[in-house]
Design a protein. Structure first.
Lengths: 234, 234
DNA sequence: CAGTGGTCTAGACCACATG
DNA sequence: ATGTGGTCTAGACCACTGT
């Protein structure tokens, strides 16, 4: 009907299956016909059906298990995908001019809370870097970062006066795992000064921990300027 | 080497490609060999190479264009996937007992800001529902929701005293598009009362707009209790 | 125009989990 | 033991897009 060509593609199958789910024809927990049967219904190979169902499963609509078959997921546990932009890109996307400024950078023993969070040995050396990201002359983000020196020895020679620690790290060390957290925090005196907001102001905050094959590399807290919103569509 | 079997699978190829990217052997913007060449290198069919590269592209590592070939993405625009849990599940996952309480539900003309946000005609009827979600006796989330009556006429007969509007909607109407926003807001007097926090306290907030085939269905603001963190790993 | 990825077929073997 | 999905092969045609 709505297809332009005469062949049945995996996209057609996805659409049809989605329609059956949404229309209630296939209620949650319903067991779908197996791939062979669907292949007959759609007049295509099992390979094509497989691709359609596999993608729908990845997208969170179906659950597939060998021998048990394919079921409609009861809890529509839909997932949002956030693309984490680089600060520079984000500023420029809003038409602003990106500007960076180093606040401080110093080597020191890891504070206890950090050692606990990253599973470091007490007193292990870390580089503490604080910096600002501006959109024009308006504060956009204050970044408070800790880099594990044993994981990135080169960091002791790095110069963060011209390049942000995140950009530097991206160019220098790969990573394998990331933990990302969003929360609302309160601007203390220091932070209020950096972001140019009243003390006590709610501040949207992101925390990011990065590992390289199990070894902690860096912990960063990113405090966003007032009114910041992180949005995604799906 | 690390493979258990003797066949080259698409997963092996993904790993190898990832390793070459992370090691710097394939720098950003590098043009990869085409699928046919890689198939020869890995002693497999082009189909298998295709699947590996397609998935890596979906995951944000590569960019593929017909005729132009496959490139390593310069900006490692990695994407985080958040699974949006149902409130009940989230409470129970922390060991709490989920409890729900309706605060108010009334039909009224859409306020201007809402009409603008959802592209409604001015004065269009909406159902305004406010409710609380508790973990035991501790406030967990305050939900402030607006449902477009023209999109969901049945809502006028709905009884939200026993079931939350989100659960009701999930069972009643499908949706096709969602916009999700995270931000930090400030507890006003009303909100402070509901969440049992001091006035002015930072509150992690999620806004969600849902459409069904272009037609706005519902707008919800969800205010989380103090200390709430939304975390994901990837 | 020509090169690259996008997709489909027809068939096969295998891994896994359930009864 | 057996049914189901997971994956691979070998080959084909097509769609798009850069030159």
């Amino acid at each position: 009907m709505t297809q332009t060509s005469d062949t049945t593609s995996y996209k057609d199958i996805k659409q049809t299956v989605l329609r059956r789910i949404r229309s209630g024809q296939w209620q949650p927990d319903t067991l779908l016909p197996n791939e062979q049967e669907l292949a007959v219904e759609f007049s295509c190979t099992r390979t094509t059906v497989n691709r359609a169902l596999r993608e729908l499963a990845n997208e969170g609509f179906l659950e597939r298990r060998r021998k048990a078959g394919t079921r409609v997921l009861s809890a529509p546990q839909r997932q949002a995908r956030f693309t984490i932009p680089l600060v520079r890109d984000e500023v420029e996307a809003t038409g602003g001019t990106y500007r960076y400024a180093l606040v401080s950078a110093e080597t020191q023993p890891a504070p206890d809370w950090l050692a606990a969070r990253l599973a470091l040995t007490p007193g292990q050396s870390v580089m503490h870097v604080r910096c600002m990201h501006y959109s024009g002359n308006t504060p956009f983000q204050f970044e408070d970062r800790w880099i594990v020196i044993d994981s990135v020895p080169q960091v002791e020679q790095a110069d963060f006066s011209g390049i942000g620690p995140n950009d530097w790290l991206v160019q220098t060390v790969p990573f394998t795992n990331v933990e990302l957290t969003f929360l609302a925090s309160r601007a203390d005196t220091t932070l209020a000064g950096f972001l140019d907001v009243p003390e006590g102001e709610p501040v949207f905050t992101a925390e990011r921990i990065t590992w390289l094959q199990g070894q902690p590399v860096t912990f960063a807290k990113m405090y966003f300027a007032a009114g910041y919103r992180m949005t995604t569509e799906f």
